[in-house]
Write a protein that binds this ligand. Structure first.
Ligand code: MG
Length: 503
C-alpha cells in the first residue's frame, strides 16, 4: 500500500498527475499516428504532438516542481516516497543537467537524421549518412558529459535506458555468454537433424491472414490479455503503448509467407502489455506506475515469446490447432518438424530476424562499436568496415551490402546510443526468471496444457505488481534470488537446443 505522508511529495504528486495525463494523451496521438492516421494528417499531427511535448517539457522544468524534486530531503521519507523522488530525479536528469540549447540541437539533428537514414538505407548508401551519424554521436558524447559519469562516458548513456547499468558490467556479461553461444550455434548447424529436409523450412507456404488473426486471438486469450483493457491492431513495426491504467494496446503485422512473424511479435508485445497491466493500482498516475526499465520490460516480452511461445511443450499443445487451422500445410507435419521450424537457428545478417541462439551476437557487435565511438577509439566513417569484420568473427558471415549491415537499425538515427544492450539484459533476465519460477510451478506441465494463468500470476506477484518501486537490479534480485548473470541463459539455451537437435 502506497502511503504518502510527506507534504512535498504530496505536492509533487499533484503536479505530476497533470504531466502523466499529458503523456497519456501524447501516447494516444502516437498510437493513432502509427495505426490509423490518414497520410495527409501527418503535418497537422506533428504540430499537435510537438505542442503537447513542449507543454510537457515546460512542466518538467516548472520552477515549483523542479525545486521540490531537487531539494526535498530523502531522509525521513518512507520507501514509496523515496522511490518516487528517485525516479523523478532520474527522469528529470536530462532536462535539468543538459543545456536547453543542446537538447534542441539534439532534437533537430535526430529528426533530420531519421529521414537521411531512411534514404541512405533505401539507396544502400552509407556515405550519405556518415556525416549526420558523426554529428549524432558527437551530440550524445556532449550529453554524456553533462549527465556525468565516473570513468566511461558510455555509462551515462546506458544509465538513461537501464538505471545503474555500466559498460564494464555489459562486457562481463557478454564475455560470459559469447563463447557458449558461438559454440552452440556451430554445433547446431552441423547436426544431422539440422541438415534433414523439413517441409516447413524448405518449402514455400501461404498462410491466410484471416486464419493468422484467429490464431493470434487464440493465444492472446490463453495469455489472458483482455480486450476490455487492450486492443490488437496492425502497424508496420509492432509495438505496445500505455494509454491509461486499463488501456494497454499492442500491434502486430502480417506476412502471408511467414507465419512466425505475426505470431511471435503478437506474443512478444502482449508480454510487454501484461507487465504494464499487472502493476498495482495503488501506483496509478504516480512515477511508480509502468515497467521499471527497458531491460526488465524486454525480459517479460522475451519470456512469453521464447520461454513459452517457442517452448517444445507449448508447441505440442499448439500443433493440433495448427493442424486444424492450416490443414494443408500442417496436416502431415510431425511434432519434431514443428519444433525445428519454430526454433530454426541460422546465423543471419538481420538482428530483428535472429533466432534465440545467435540474437545476442548482434547486440555484442553493436555494443562494442558504440563504446569505441563514444570513447574516441573508432570513427563513424569506418563503421561499415568494422561491421563486416565483426560479423565475420561473431557470426561467420559477411553482409553483401550496408543495407543488410550497418544501415539496418533505426536506433542510431534517433540518437539512441546505449539502448541495444537492454535487449540482451532482457534475454538474460528472462532465463533467470524461468529458473526461479520452476522452483514454484510445474512449468512444463502447465505450458503443455496451455494453462498459462498461473504463470501470468507468478509474474504479476513477483515482478509486475511492483511497477517502478524498486531499481531494476533490486527487483530482479528479489524475484529470482540472484544477481544478473549469463549463467542461466547459457544453460537454458544449451539444454533446449541439445534436446531439439540431439546434440
Ligand atoms: Mg520489445
Amino acid at each position: 500500500m502506497l502511503q504518502i505522508e510527506n507534504k512535498n511529495i504530496k505536492r509533487i504528486l499533484e503536479l505530476y498527475k497533470e504531466m502523466h495525463v499529458l503523456a497519456e494523451v501524447g501516447a494516444l496521438l502516437g498510437w493513432d499516428q502509427n495505426v490509423y492516421m490518414p497520410a495527409k494528417a501527418a503535418a497537422g499531427r506533428a504540430i499537435q504532438s510537438t505542442y503537447l511535448q513542449s507543454f510537457l517539457t515546460d512542466k518538467w522544468v516548472d520552477r515549483e516542481f523542479r525545486t521540490l524534486v531537487e531539494e526535498t530531503e530523502v531522509e525521513g521519507l518512507n520507501d514509496g516516497e523515496k522511490a518516487i523522488l528517485r525516479n523523478l530525479r532520474h527522469a528529470a536528469k536530462f532536462y535539468y543537467k543538459v543545456p536547453k540549447k543542446l537538447i534542441l540541437e539534439n532534437t533537430r539533428v535526430t529528426t533530420e537524421a531519421f529521414s537521411i537514414w531512411q534514404e541512405a538505407k533505401k539507396n544502400n548508401d552509407f556515405k550519405s549518412f556518415a556525416a549526420t551519424l558523426a554529428h549524432v554521436f558527437d551530440l550524445q558524447k556532449q550529453i554524456a558529459g553533462y549527465l556525468g559519469y565516473k570513468d566511461n562516458p558510455y555509462d551515462a548513456l546506458l544509465d538513461m535506458y537501464e538505471i545503474g547499468l555500466t559498460a564494464i558490467e555489459c562486457s562481463e556479461l557478454f564475455s560470459q555468454i559469447r563463447p557458449a553461444i558461438t559454440n552452440l550455434s556451430q554445433k547446431i548447424t552441423s547436426a544431422n537433424i539440422y541438415k534433414k529436409s523439413n517441409p516447413l523450412i524448405h518449402n514455400k507456404h501461404t498462410f491466410a491472414i484471416e486464419v493468422q488473426k484467429r490464431l493470434n486471438e487464440f493465444i492472446l486469450a490463453k495469455m489472458h490479455y483482455s480486450h476490455e483493457e487492450g486492443r490488437l491492431d496492425v502497424s508496420s513495426h509492432p509495438f505496445t503503448t500505455t494509454l491509461g491504467r486499463h488501456d494497454v494496446r499492442i500491434t502486430t503485422r502480417y506476412s502471408v509467407v511467414n507465419l512466425k512473424d505475426s505470431l511471435y511479435s503478437t506474443i512478444h508485445e502482449a508480454g510487454h502489455a501484461l507487465y504494464e497491466l499487472g502493476v498495482s493500482d495503488d501506483y496509478a498516475s504516480t512515477p511508480l506506475v509502468g515497467g521499471v526499465s527497458l531491460g526488465v520490460h524486454e525480459s517479460q516480452s522475451r519470456f512469453w515469446e521464447n520461454m513459452i511461445g517457442k517452448n517444445p511443450h507449448f508447441l505440442r499443445f499448439l500443433l493440433p490447432h495448427l493442424k486444424k487451422e492450416f490443414k494443408e500445410i500442417f496436416g502431415r507435419i510431425s511434432f519434431g518438424e514443428l519444433v525445428q521450424y519454430i526454433n530454426h537457428v541460422k546465423p543471419g545478417y538481420i538482428r530483428t530476424e535472429a533466432d534465440e541462439v545467435t540474437y545476442n551476437l548482434h547486440i555484442i557487435l553493436r555494443f562494442e562499436m558504440e563504446q569505441d565511438i563514444i570513447n574516441g577509439r573508432l570513427q563513424t566513417k569506418d563503421l561499415p568496415e568494422v561491421w563486416r569484420e565483426k560479423m565475420k568473427t561473431y557470426l561467420g558471415i559477411i553482409p553483401p551490402n550496408d543495407q543488410l549491415g550497418v544501415l539496418q537499425d533505426v536506433h542510431w538515427s534517433y540518437g539512441s546510443i546505449g539502448y541495444f544492450p537492454t535487449y540482451t539484459i532482457g534475454n538474460l533476465y528472462s532465463a533467470q526468471i524461468l529458473h526461479a519460477m520452476k522452483k514454484d510451478l510445474k512449468f512444463d506441465t502447465l505450458v503443455a496444457k496451455g494453462d498459462l494463468l498461473p504463470i501470468r500470476k507468478w509474474l504479476q506477484t513477483h515482478i509486475h505488481t511492483y511497477g517502478s518501486l524498486y531499481l531494476p537490479k533490486e527487483l530482479m534480485k528479489k524475484a529470482t534470488g540472484e544477481d544478473l548473470s549469463g549463467k542461466h541463459f547459457v544453460s537454458y539455451l544449451t539444454k533446449k537446443f541439445s534436446a531439439i537437435y540431439s546434440l
